[in-house]
Design a protein around this ligand. Structure first.
Ligand SMILES: [Zn+2]
Length: 73
């Protein structure tokens, strides 16, 4: 029974984490302090460790991020 509960919890945690990434429309770079649309080519080149996922433009600006000059989010 304990194993069953642990499996259920693991599925919920993974689903939530996955949904968070999918729902994020913007990706910020913690190092350069710039943010991009999630589909900007710069995002693919970005180091995974520097990626910060954000849902709204306001959220990015409030966190001190500057819009990317290429994708102009
Ligand atoms: Zn960009």
């Amino acid at each position: 029974m304990k194993k069953f509960l642990a499996a259920i919890i693991a599925v919920i945690v993974m689903t939530t984490a996955f949904a968070t990434v999918l729902a994020s429309s913007y990706v910020g770079n913690a190092k350069s302090r710039k943010f991009h649309y999630a589909d900007c080519s710069m995002v693919n080149k970005m180091n995974t460790a520097n990626k910060v996922y954000m849902n709204t433009r306001e959220e990015a600006i409030a966190a001190g991020y500057v819009p990317c000059k290429r994708c102009k989010p």
